[in-house]
Design a protein around this ligand. Structure first.
Ligand code: NCD
Length: 308
């Protein structure tokens, strides 16, 4: 097993499949009255969040607790980071406290990689800038596999603000490793020109959702990340929704078995309408539940499972 999980590219097909299979076992714990395993008793997991997060932070906390680890939650607000303490000094503090795993979210792309140089424990990237978010990709793959029965050969369209999306990047890497076909769809301003060559040759790019939609098994909608936008990338929210949003009529033109995903948080009415988000085809709530099982599997395998 690998020591850190920093990128979707850290996982080869066998390792990724091991994580997904382990997550399926972890999911059985969620159905029990006592939702706890002793696997990580006496181990310390630190959640280090420099950026806002609801589901990812709670999900990692629940995962670590279900494995009986000691959990320390550290958010940049209210800590010495607000006084200008550097990431390195924070890392040395965590090191001195004996953290076995550090789960880090940071606005700077690459921050988890630096952290991995400074601490002895395992580092899990919970989202770094616009770069990567590998556990989101794993929970997305898990959700596709459990709904559709396989990953190899699936056609997945990832739609919207690809430029700012760490979710898209990690998904492209993981899904192609697992044999799915990926098409990135969005306005030309929100799809980096070199993305296919830079990330994974073999992926397709399209600027027209309506031509791609009838041939997909999965549509993954991305949030339009206005907080990361310094320019205007499209004429108006209404124009964006008209061309790239998923509404009821567009959803009904998907193949009957196709599922609709979104990592959350959603801009309802922008990239996805409430009718679609709350429909039986939507896996959005399942993705959150699956996230806990997948993060349990990741922490278990990095810390307690096969490698020690
Ligand atoms: C994503 C993130 O933070 O990268 N959300 C998540 O982890 N559930 C996607 C987003 O913010 O749009």
């Amino acid at each position: 097993m690998i020591r850190h999980l920093l990128s979707g590219a850290d996982l080869d097909a066998d390792t990724a499949t091991l994580v997904l299979d382990t997550a399926a076992e972890m999911a059985t714990v969620a159905g029990r009255e006592v939702k706890k395993l002793p696997a990580l008793r006496g181990r310390t997991v630190v959640n280090l969040f420099y950026e806002d997060s609801t589901r990812t932070r709670i999900s990692f906390e629940a995962a670590a607790k279900r494995l009986s680890a000691d959990v320390i939650n550290f958010s940049a607000k209210g800590s010495s980071v607000a006084k200008g303490e550097s990431l390195k000094d924070t890392a040395l503090t965590l090191q001195a406290m004996g953290a076995d795993a550090v789960v880090v979210r940071h606005p700077a792309s690459g921050a988890p990689h630096r952290l991995a140089d400074w601490v002895d424990g395992s580092v899990v990237n919970a989202g770094d800038g616009t770069h990567e978010h590998p556990t989101q990709a794993l929970l997305d793959a898990y959700t596709m596999r459990s709904r559709l029965g396989r990953l190899a050969g699936l056609h997945v369209a990832i739609v919207g603000d690809v430029l700012h999306s760490r979710v898209a990047r990690s998904n492209v890497l993981l899904l192609t490793t697992l044999g799915a076909k990926v098409t990135l769809v969005g306005p030309p301003t929100l799809i980096p020109v070199d993305i296919a060559t830079a990330l994974a040759p073999g992926i397709d790019v399209s600027y027209d959702l309506d031509t791609v939609a009838p041939g997909v098994d999965v549509v993954m909608m991305l949030r339009v990340q206005r907080e990361r936008m310094s320019d205007s990338y499209f004429p108006s929210a209404r124009e964006y929704a008209r061309r790239y949003g998923l509404d009821g009529p567009r959803m009904r033109r998907l193949p009957e078995h196709a599922i609709v995903m979104h990592p959350g948080p959603m801009n309802r009415g922008m990239e996805i309408t409430p009718e679609v988000a709350d429909s039986p085809r939507s896996t959005i709530v399942e993705q959150v539940a699956n996230g806990v099982s997948v993060r349990m599997a990741v922490l278990y395998l990095l810390l307690g499972g096969n490698n020690r």
